[in-house]
Design a protein around this ligand. Structure first.
Ligand code: CO
Ligand code: CO
Ligand code: CO
Length: 314
């Protein structure tokens, strides 16, 4: 649908909506560009404070994925007219405290009455126009690093079905609450060619965007991908989010699988992530240094010249 819309003709648009990147980037001066993004969704955990905080971390992530520094945010709230006002306060408080942790100021927001709760933020960041990390710059020979484990969608689905172990839910929540700030700050010290965050379209969907935008193939080593505790078990038990099926329907035609894979592993490669990690393409020697400085970053594959499909699983 976006392809049908008129393109913006403005030389200051450094990243617009036509490249499926994480955020829009608009150059204000030769030294400063705005990074703008918005994200909101329905509750994925029971506790309202935690939901607010996760939503904030998730909304900030697209700014970090562009190599930016979040500066200000506006909240977006949909809440039942007769809903519990203390729960709403907890959602906003959780969000506000996560924003404070990020050094990002909440300036205001907008709310509507809606039977289904939704919450998130429009976030504005800044970046030097020459240091924007798009998803398009990967080069053949680059190493692919990833900074979190996969499986928040499967664990959330297991929680809704009442089959998730509390410790597994805790681990998933801790991952979603972790800002990509440290990962971003660490990567900015190296020669990063491309970066994106893994969110709703899953690892395959976002890897595909990077591969297509860069005109190359991402070769992902399935055995290297880390999964959250319990995620593979829940997938095996059928805790498959609706979004995972949609992601697979959309992206599997871009994925070449060259070996036998357990069904649940293949499934989770499409698992929609909330507040997922950064996917970073950079030269081998920089990858080694980055993983040394920021040990949560680990190698999941490499960039190769364009092969049969944008993604090749080995
Ligand atoms: Co993103
Ligand atoms: Co987003
Ligand atoms: Co990016």
């Amino acid at each position: 649908m976006l392809a049908l819309l008129p393109r913006v003709a403005d030389e200051n648009v450094l990243v617009g909506f036509d490249t499926a990147d994480d955020a829009g980037v608009y150059k204000l001066t030769p030294e400063c560009a705005l990074v703008q993004t918005i994200d909101f969704f329905t509750p994925i955990v029971d506790d309202p404070y935690t939901f607010g905080a996760i939503s904030a971390a998730n909304s900030l992530s697209d700014v970090y994925a562009m190599g930016g520094r979040p500066v200000s945010a506006l909240s977006v709230v949909a809440y039942p007219a007769k809903g519990d006002i203390e729960d709403l306060e907890q959602i906003l408080r959780g969000g506000a405290e996560k924003m404070r942790e990020a050094g990002c100021v909440v300036l205001g927001g907008h709310s509507v009455a809606d039977d289904e709760i939704k919450f998130g933020y429009a976030v504005t960041g800044i970046v030097h126009p020459e240091r924007v990390k798009t998803n398009a710059g990967a080069r053949a020979g680059d190493v692919i690093l990833f900074t979190k484990s996969i499986g928040t969608g499967a664990v959330s689905t297991a929680l809704k079905r009442g089959i998730a172990a509390p410790a597994d839910v805790e681990a998933s929540i801790a991952s979603m609450l972790t800002l990509n700030r440290t990962a971003c700050e660490a990567m900015l010290e190296y020669d990063v060619h491309a970066c994106t965050d893994v969110t709703g379209f899953g690892l395959m969907g976002h890897a595909r965007e990077m591969a297509v935008a860069s005109g190359l193939t991402l070769e992902i080593t399935a055995d290297c991908v880390r999964f959250l505790p319990g995620a593979l078990d829940y997938a095996r038990q059928g805790a498959i989010p609706g979004g995972l099926r949609n992601n697979k329907d959309f992206a599997s035609c871009a994925v070449e699988i060259t070996r036998e894979l357990p069904q649940e592993v293949e499934s989770l490669l499409y698992d929609p992530q909330t507040s997922g990690g950064l996917l970073i393409a950079l030269p081998e020697e920089d990858a080694v240094k980055l993983a040394d400085k920021f040990p949560q970053a680990y190698r999941i594959g490499q960039v190769i010249p364009r092969a049969a499909k944008p993604i090749r699983i080995v």
